[in-house]
Design a protein around this ligand. Structure first.
Ligand code: TRP
Length: 388
């Protein structure tokens, strides 16, 4: 049986995006492969070292949902990365095989850098523009205009400042990545994130890695590391392949990407009341005000939920929404019912799983993982030092 490895950082309760994008796929894979599913708790610290405080609770909540939807500890190895310290040794050795330049080119890294730089320049900019008004320039200009309507003049001016600020930010975000300007929040560990991920995969001799498109660059790096290690020290690792999973688009109830941190998620273990409330609160097409108005399903979170949880009717719903025959209230009622019946068995199952039981599952799985990992580490040490 081929070895599958996948993992998630411990983010706590799983939402319907995780269910459709990742977990349903894992549940199927465990029938045909030797699966390792990892709680990547060290990875959770790479961008925020104080996240250690949340890791235990989030791990328990996350793994509880894994089991509730059908990940089976009898079939798959469920483990916590930090309980397999062998990963750290492999990570260290791998870190010698990757150039810093290679890591600086990693898209996830570059995104984080520009996000932080943008945030910082935003703060600086807003301070400067605030100073502008504090120092009386706004007032000065208003005086200068000498209009009767001072209030209107000031409002106008603030509008202009706002637009200048937007314009400057827009331009800043397009500045080329300059590696001399790595924000100080970014740690050495964060730069090495994909190297640690390579260790996760290769230590179990993972052959297939189910991931979404965003993780492909990381997997490419794992492949490079495996090839280089094998060439320099001796054949130890298979070259892992991505198992690209089509991740259906699911939006949060505010129209942004669904995420716990945005407070816009529908969780697998939400009660029927919570589901109904969230669906009711959800945005739809803002141009569709009344039932008769035509809607644009492609910007509506409710429509994407229909596609994922009500595929049989989603075509009809799309048509009737566009024509304006279907109103948002009806459309929402229909998806709430589907969500409630789809999620109910998972919520019930999760309710039966105690923290203690989850702890036991993780402890057992991590023991199995440790034994497997130790075998690979011994092999690595052997080929590494046999040359001396
Ligand atoms: N980087 C992955 C993510 O953010 C999590 C992860 C850690 C992972 N180690 C892995 C995924 C190994 C696949 C294989 O989603």
């Amino acid at each position: 049986m081929k070895v599958v490895l996948s993992g998630m950082r411990p983010t706590g309760r799983m939402h319907v995006g995780h269910l459709k994008g990742v977990l349903e796929n894992w549940v199927k894979l465990q029938e045909n492969y030797k699966c390792y599913f990892e709680v990547a708790d060290w990875h959770a610290l790479t961008d925020e070292p104080t996240r250690n405080r949340e890791v235990l609770r989030n791990t328990l909540d996350m793994v509880k949902d894994w089991l509730a939807v059908g990940i089976d500890p009898k079939k798959s190895v469920i483990f916590r990365q930090s309980l397999v310290p062998q990963h750290a040794e492999i990570h260290l050795i791998f870190s010698m095989l990757v150039s810093v330049n290679r890591l600086l080119r990693n898209p996830t890294f570059k995104e984080k850098v520009s996000e932080l730089r943008k945030k910082k320049s935003e703060i600086k900019l807003s301070l400067n523009l605030e100073n502008l008004s504090v120092e009386g320039e706004v007032g000065g200009i208003v005086e200068f205009i000498k209009g009767e309507d001072k209030e209107k003049g000031e409002k106008f001016l603030r509008g202009v400042i706002g637009r200048i600020k937007e314009e400057v930010l827009e331009r800043l975000s397009f500045l080329d990545f300059d590696d001399s300007l790595i924000p100080s929040e970014i740690s050495y560990g964060f730069l090495g994130y994909p190297v640690l991920q390579a260790a996760d995969i290769l230590i179990y001799k993972g052959e297939l890695v189910p991931v979404g498109e965003d993780q492909l660059p990381h997997l490419e790096l794992s492949r490079e590391i495996a090839r280089d290690f094998n060439r320099i020290y001796g054949e130890v690792f298979p070259i892992p392949e991505p198992l690209l999973t089509e991740i259906p688009k699911i939006l949060g109830i505010d129209g942004r990407k669904m995420s716990k941190s945005y407070n816009n998620a529908i969780f697998i273990s939400d009660t029927p009341e919570e589901i109904t409330q969230k669906v009711k609160k959800s945005i739809t097409d803002p141009m569709k005000i009344r039932k008769g108005d035509p809607g644009r399903p492609e910007i509506c979170p409710i429509f994407y939920l229909h596609k994922a949880f009500n595929p049989d009717e989603s075509y009809e719903i799309e048509e009737n929404c566009r024509k304006g025959v279907l109103g948002c209230v009806d459309c929402k009622n229909r998806i709430a019912g589907k969500l409630i019946s789809a999620l109910e068995p998972y919520r019930e199952k999760a309710g039966e799983l105690s923290d203690d039981l989850i702890m036991d599952v993780i402890r057992e799985g991590s023991k199995v993982a440790r034994e497997r990992a130790e075998e690979t580490v011994e092999e690595v040490r052997r080929v590494l030092w046999s040359g001396s």
